[in-house]
Design a binder for this molecule. Structure first.
Ligand code: ATP
Ligand code: SF4
Ligand code: MG
Length: 319
């Protein structure tokens, strides 16, 4: 069952030098209790997508399409109705942990602020109980509720952020590069925390990352983004065993026998197109080794192949 249905989502950022097309016609379901990895190069629109689901897009973003959560289109909800969902049914761990915690607020008050929005009648004892349980579930001693963010190491701060995000048992957790800013050992610890939560909390996770190894560890499904498009969608195993889209093939092209867990996405030649003036036809055509005439003229269709999706003329019917 789909928990979130994203339909023809388009997001443009209005800038002084023109409109930038950051998400361009994206269709994607996030299923209940399923983990979905979102991968792609820097600037392809991953965070733009995540913040749109939270209805936290910046002011200069213009959104069209639908993001349906439990039968309601998030994009059409009034801000007071969004506030009821955000932090409770859907929550997000942001790319930059430093900016998400308020430096002059104790950890306790970060939790309390959230509880007051969703459960104004909750007693202080209950608040402390729920916050303590959430901290324990991510391996932080509840005695640290009284500490300030600066009193934590980067890894501990990330755990606290996760605890705040999951304390009200969200149905969807969006984790935007949850380990990127951490060193390798701490990265592995945070992955372990996320894996435990996935096992015990029955929630869907949308995991945004550059790292296929991280996707393989946590996710069942994966969506590959390129320049604002979702170019491929499938199970992680199928994607790894037989990538269909030329971009995914280049991303995964690697030394034989490399373990999926160790896999870094490969750097592919060329750079992302200018999203203020994206290439005509297929946005990937300037970098694609298989580009044919039609690719330079018409947007490729998204073709469904046995529960997988691929947006490419190689699988469409035009030759
Ligand atoms: P990264 O992996 O580096 O985090 P990303 O895939 O999350 O990248 P986004 O942050 O979603 O990418 O950005 C998508 C595009 O939108 C980029 O070209 C970026 O420069 C642009 N962009 C993002 N936010 C804004 C904004 N507020 N105004 C204008 N352009 C923006
Ligand atoms: Fe390459 Fe054409 Fe497919 Fe785009 S549509 S990925 S240019 S083959
Ligand atoms: Mg990002």
């Amino acid at each position: 069952m789909a928990l979130v249905e994203i339909k023809d989502l388009r997001i443009e950022y209005q800038t002084r030098s023109g409109n930038l097309s950051a998400v361009a016609g994206l269709n994607l379901n996030i299923n209940e209790q399923e983990s979905l990895g979102i991968v792609g190069e820097s600037g392809c629109g991953k965070s733009t997508l995540g913040t749109a689901i939270m209805k936290l897009s910046p002011q200069n973003a213009k959104l069209t399409g639908q993001i349906i959560f439990e039968g309601k289109d998030i994009l059409k909800l009034k801000s007071e109705d969004v506030r009821k969902i955000r932090g409770k049914d859907i929550s997000m761990i942001f790319q930059d942990p430093m900016t998400s915690l308020n430096p002059i607020m104790r950890i306790r008050d970060h939790f309390f602020e959230l509880f007051k929005v969703h459960y104004p009648k909750m007693t202080k004892e209950e608040m402390i109980k729920i916050a303590s349980e959430a901290l324990l579930s991510v391996g932080v001693d509840p005695s640290r509720l009284d500490n300030y963010p600066f009193e934590f190491s980067g890894g501990m701060r990330q755990r606290v952020m996760i605890a705040i995000a999951i304390c009200l048992k969200p149905k969807l957790l969006i984790a935007d590069e949850p380990t990127t800013s951490l060193d390798v050992v701490v990265q592995e610890q945070i992955m372990q925390v996320l894996k435990n939560l996935k096992k015990t909390k029955n929630m869907s996770i949308m995991l945004i990352t550059h790292d296929m190894g991280i996707v393989a560890e946590l996710a069942e499904k994966v969506a590959v983004m390129y320049a604002g498009w979702m170019v491929e969608y499938s199970t992680v195993l199928e994607l790894y065993n037989k990538p269909l889209h030329p971009y995914t093939q280049l991303l995964l092209e690697s030394i034989p026998n490399v373990k999926i867990d160790d896999m870094e996405l490969k750097h592919i030649p060329g750079s992302l197109p200018d999203l203020k003036n994206p290439p005509k036809g297929c946005r990937f055509h300037p970098r694609c080794p298989f580009a044919k005439d039609i690719c330079k003229k018409e947007e490729p269709p998204t073709v469904e192949i046995e529960n997988r999706k691929v947006k490419c003329w190689l699988y469409g019917d035009k030759t």
